[in-house]
Design a protein around this ligand. Sequence first.
Ligand code: TXA
Ligand code: MG
Length: 317
Amino acid sequence: MKTKITHSEKVAATFIKNGKLVGFPTETVYGLGANVFDEDAVKKIFKIKNRPADNPLIVHISDVSQINLLIQKMTPIAKKIIENFFPGPITIILKKNLIISDLVTAGLDTIAIRMPSDISTRKFIEYCGTPVAAPSANISGSPSPTSWKHVNADLNGKVDCILWGKNSEHGIESTVVDCTGKFPKILRPGSVSIKDLEKIFSKVEMEKIPKNGIAKSPGMKYKHYSPEAEIILVKSPSEIPLESISTTKIGFIGFEIVRRIAKSKRVSTKENYAKHLFDFFRKCDEIGIEKIYCQKVDMEGIGLALMNRLSKAAGKN
Ligand code: TXA
Ligand code: MG
């Protein structure tokens, strides 16, 4: 298959209308989309990503009015999140409308919904004329794509079309919030932080991943976001044992520059760290880096989501 790369949201949308798949930009990471009501197209997503069938997809909308097509009933919690954070890097979980295929929701009775803030993304979804089911546009297990080139590297020849876009503004996936209970419950941390949610809710819960791995957000149990290289978390680059290892095979990302190693990326803030992390992982893999040292961050704000991705990449949970 030849992958069409286009700058036109309209052209990309024609592929979705014809039952095909499209890699598209969003402000978090790039998505791999299909018409949510087209089971055959949805099946293809799982196939080309090599994604386990028990990991449900997020459904992307261009307008809040589309939510009614997807759910049974709105909850006060979801309503508040929509009012305060849509469009943006946050996904709400609600009881699903029974017309939604079990393939999309991996058999769950709930559905994940997100309205991206990226203008081009919303234009694309609007032209599709339907909500678009989409996981991140990487092969399962590899770091999520934050540029169209990453999508091209993973899916060229497998995906029908890639909608060109800028590098993703946030660089890590959306905050996933269960809105079906008494309080909002964060199933996956992201750029919208606990503190942001606490500004509008008296209590915010945080899902703990049980030891048996059966997380409520099924995707959280899989090893994720990992490059080929081994990831080692350090407080400071002074912990890198430069004397005993070949410095041509190591990389570092954090708030400083390390000059004696093959690849070093200095970031200015935690937000900036999140934005560049997955791209740095991929660049290290391209040049055969074997160990990537990543500077730990505090858990404030986006720090929680960043440490979640770093620990997962390091295989710590
Ligand atoms: O920022 C994002 O969320 C990106 C962009 C493309 O929107 N998408 C993304 O999708 O990260 P994916 O498939 O890589 O991750 C979706 C997460 C998984 O952890 C999945 O288990 C969870 O959302 N999820 C989806 N439906 C769910 C449901 N009904 N209940 C609980 N968790 C759900
Ligand atoms: Mg993903």
